[in-house]
Design a protein around this ligand. Sequence first.
Ligand code: PNS
Length: 161
Amino acid sequence: MTRAVCPGSYDPVTLGHLDVIGRAAAMFDEVVVAVGSNMAKRGWFSPEERLALLREACSAWPGVSVALFSGLLVDFCRAEGIGVVAKGIRTAADAEYELPMAQMNRRLTGLDTVFVPCAPPWSFVSSSLVREVAGLGGDVAPFLTPAVAEQVRRRAVERAG
Ligand code: PNS
């Protein structure tokens, strides 16, 4: 049985993330979507809120569970018996950012990474752009599930007030 992890900040989860998670779910017996906090990124949603949005968005996939993690990804994976990281790649810049992390993870504990090329419709979609567009009043519904889009709209209003 192969368990994989799809780690990310998911602030919030986008349809691009869900494309990668769904494809990972087709490749592995189990997928754990792990919400970590990237210290360099300031968020709109708390880790618990991100987890709840992800749980709902992934509910149709029986082999997919969601979890929070803190600390090193390799430590989380060792504790959970996870042997593979599945990470989406949108652009060459993503590859440049992800490759050293994948190599470091492998060097630390042998945790290996497979890169999943993002489907072209989502190659320009990121959580940070979604937050920026929503914060300035733009329509981000095409990039999110309806439930996530609703929470993003609400948060944008709260932040504006
Ligand atoms: O949404 P992101 O920016 O792709 O998420 C990045 C995240 C949280 C998955 C990554 O920063 C991470 O794995 N953080 C955990 C800390 C860690 O293991 N750092 C060393 C990586 S080699």
